[in-house]
Design a protein around this ligand. Structure first.
Ligand code: PTJ
Length: 252
């Protein structure tokens, strides 16, 4: 791993990259995952690299949905596994969710590597790959009959739009984490968290630890009042505001 001095102004961002590169070396993260992360970083940059109000609202609705669900599942790919392994365990415990490995760049060996990687962090992992989601061509159709197949709510960080659509066709409520508010996934999901996955998981754990004491009535109210199209529009407006403010600072 490259030595990054803590004093470096972009320490967190550079360390995140290092984790993904290590993930690739371990065969956990796909090479394509590095490219996907680069796109995420670009959106994070023009959002000011912080969790905004619209993301907090989506994170709260996401936690409420998972707490209300009968079979909530956290779907994990190669990027998610290396970026938030401890947080996956903590969030799954806090909301009572199962954790399932589901990847786009599929091989049985890779699924096994992601599973063992997460198990080192104490995560109980579903990865039987013994069922198929009808209507989907990509490898993401391969799921676990105890997990995504029977789930009513699925948290899908760094997702592709196609699977999001199919999960919805199968009657599941989809929560996406995607820094790109313009993506097909962002627009297809029921709840879209436009935030960096690293910050989003930490916030959701904090919320879940409090909200699990709340009544179902209160949780239902949060989900009922949530409007995803308004949240996405707010994310796009925030990018515009941030860029305009920066343009003014540059010309001052
Ligand atoms: O492990 P696999 O085989 O399932 O492959 C995973 C990747 C990420 C390669 C695969 O799902 C993929 O190609 O994803 P996409 O279609 O490129 O979409 C990834 C989305 O996640 C993009 O819209 C990025 O903006 C967003 N993104 C990337 N890094 C982050 C992020 N969103 C939140 N936090 C991040 N750190």
């Amino acid at each position: 791993m490259t030595e990054i001095p803590k004093s470096h102004p972009r320490y967190v961002s550079l360390m995140t990259r290092e984790r993904l590169v290590e993930g690739v070396k371990l065969g956990v993260t796909a090479m394509q995952g590095l490219i996907a992360h680069g796109r995420g970083e670009a959106f994070d940059y023009i959002l000011g690299e912080k969790t905004r109000e619209f993301a907090l609202k989506a994170e709260k609705a996401a936690v409420a949905s998972m707490l209300l669900a009968k079979h909530p599942v956290i779907s994990v790919n190669g990027n998610t596994a290396v970026l938030v392994p401890e947080e996956i365990k903590r969030l799954a415990d806090a909301v009572g969710a199962k954790v399932e490995v589901n990847v786009f760049h599929y091989s049985p060996e890779r699924v096994e590597k992601i599973k063992s990687y997460l198990e080192r962090y104490g995560v109980e992992v579903l990865a039987a790959c013994d069922a198929v989601l009808d209507g989907l061509e990509s490898a993401r159709r391969i799921v676990d009959s105890r997990g995504i197949l029977i789930a009513d709510v699925v948290l899908v960080p760094l997702e592709d739009g196609d699977r999001c659509e199919i999960l919805k066709k199968h009657g599941k409520r989809v929560i996406a984490i995607d820094l790109n508010p313009l993506s097909r996934t962002a627009r297809m999901a029921d709840i879209t968290i436009v935030d960096n996955i690293v910050r989003a998981f930490s916030k959701m754990i904090e919320m879940a630890e409090k909200m699990r004491e709340w009544s179902r009535e209160e949780l239902n109210r949060i989900v009922g009042e949530y409007d995803n199209s308004e949240i996405l529009a707010e994310a796009v407006r925030e990018i515009k505001r941030y860029l305009e403010k920066t343009a003014e600072e540059i010309t001052r």
